[in-house]
Design a protein around this ligand. Structure first.
Ligand SMILES: [Zn+2]
Length: 310
């Protein structure tokens, strides 16, 4: 047992050593002061927040594109170079970026790196038993407004020459977010109360459920790192049958496999349940589509949920 423990310890240390070695190896080639100010984010949701603040005034790079699961994301050599070259970095925190967190903390030793979840009051965060704090903070638009405010403050401080422009863009974007929050609230409330049960592949929608008044049930927990078991599938099948739930949902960044097992389980009992559609949970949709922006993602998810459950 002890031997296995030390083996794991050594292999993890080795991995971290390799990443740091790569960091020093991939110094930002040809970096000059003429290069544009580049803001790097881990998720697309954060990238979209930054873009709405800086517009064309800075370059924005997001590492995790459409369909990418941040919980299991593996850092690539290209990412390491981009982290090295970025002027500023924003990441979610609360362990959303699982395997990347140690690297981000290391990069923070010589540049501005912010975990945006640090901006939130602890009382706003949802706990999930011994597993930890739910990291899916973007699903309550009011909480996300606090994050946008935090990012804007950091950007204004880093670029005083653009601060007034960033402030004005932030105010306009905040207004858009306020309207989005009101629209989502009204749409979810239009589902009859008994039918407000949102069953998804993993527990990404806790903040959404709390903010907009819909019960949320995930097949997997708040992270996709551990697989769901037969007991989890049975628990969801029973719930669908007992509560006569009309639809369940797939997620664009999580495998359909377990949810398909739930559908088969319901079919075995002769219970008809449909697939309400795909929800954008931990990643935005493709660029240049509605779901490719944060507001579009929330809007599309809400429409998909309401159409299937109402
Ligand atoms: Zn997630």
């Amino acid at each position: 047992m002890l031997a296995i423990f030390f083996k794991c310890l050594l292999s993890n240390k080795y991995k971290i050593f390799c990443l740091f070695f790569c960091l020093s190896l991939f110094a930002c080639a040809g970096h000059t002061t003429d290069q544009p100010f580049t803001i790097l984010t881990t998720t697309g949701m954060l990238g979209d927040a930054v873009k709405n603040i800086v517009k064309e005034d800075a370059q924005v790079v997001s590492l995790m594109g459409p369909g990418i699961d941040p919980h299991t994301y593996q850092t690539t050599q290209k990412d390491v170079q981009q982290l090295r070259c970025a002027s500023m970095i924003f990441y979610n925190g609360l362990d959303l970026e699982g395997k990347m967190t140690n690297l981000l903390k290391e990069v923070a030793k010589d540049k501005a790196v912010y975990a945006v979840s640090d901006a939130l009051n602890k009382t706003a965060l949802l706990c999930d038993g011994p597993v930890g704090i739910d990291p899916h903070i973007w699903f309550d638009v009011n909480i996300w407004k606090q994050i946008v405010g935090f990012i804007s403050q950091k950007l204004q401080a880093a670029r005083p020459e653009s601060a007034a422009y960033y402030k004005s863009n932030t105010l306009a974007y905040m207004e858009e977010l306020t309207q989005l929050h009101q629209s989502v609230t009204a749409q979810i409330q239009s589902i009859p109360e008994k039918q407000r049960v949102l069953i998804t592949a993993h527990d990404a929608f806790g903040y959404f459920g709390k903010a907009y008044g819909i019960e949320v049930v995930g097949l997997q927990g708040i992270s996709t790192v551990s697989e769901c078991g037969l007991q989890d599938i049975k628990r969801i099948v029973d719930l669908i049958i007992n509560r006569n739930v009309k639809a369940v949902f797939f997620e664009t960044s999580v495998s359909d496999k377990s949810m398909r097992a739930v559908l088969e389980g319901c079919a075995r009992y002769g219970h008809k349940v449909t697939v309400g559609g795909y929800l954008y949970s931990d990643a935005l949709g493709a660029p240049d589509t509605l779901e490719g922006s944060y507001c579009g993602m929330i809007h599309t998810n809400t429409t998909t949920i309401v159409n299937a459950l109402r």
